[in-house]
Design a protein. Structure first.
Length: 135
């Protein structure tokens, strides 16, 4: 199958006809450091698995091309391990490490719960979000 796409920094790629897309697992895991330290405030979670490759400078997340669209790395890993993500749900990091993709550190939550967790953990300030998110 033929693929043409533009990556996160605007570079265009083209896969010639007849060439298959490289399996996503081969593209992900060589760029993950599975020996990164556990979060200092949550050592019980164990080591983080941290992405060491290129990060999108616009939003600070890792984007991975998979099945004709870009995925945020943590969402893709969760999807590959646990199956489809329910509509309206987001994938939160229990460890609060944005580039961590260790499956045990990822959880499916509502956007409201993700925001409350970020406020509780000191990653966001309270009072800047709608009442719906805070309830």
């Amino acid at each position: 199958m033929e693929y043409t796409f533009t990556d996160a920094i605007g570079k265009k790629y083209h896969t010639p006809p007849g060439r298959k897309e490289t399996p996503v697992e081969i593209r992900i895991w060589p760029n993950v450091d599975k020996s990164a330290p556990a979060p200092s405030d949550k050592p019980y979670l164990g080591n983080c698995w941290v992405w060491t490759g290129i990060v999108n400078p616009q939003h600070g997340y890792v984007s991975v091309w998979y099945k004709k669209k870009y995925w945020r790395l943590h969402r893709l890993v969760y999807h590959l391990i646990n199956g489809p993500i329910a509509k309206g749900m987001v994938i939160g990091h229990k460890c609060n490490v944005k580039h961590c993709c260790r499956p045990e550190h990822l959880e499916e939550v509502t956007q409201g719960q993700n925001t409350r967790d970020a406020i509780k953990d000191g990653l966001r300030k309270a009072g800047l979000y709608s009442k719906e998110v805070m309830s």
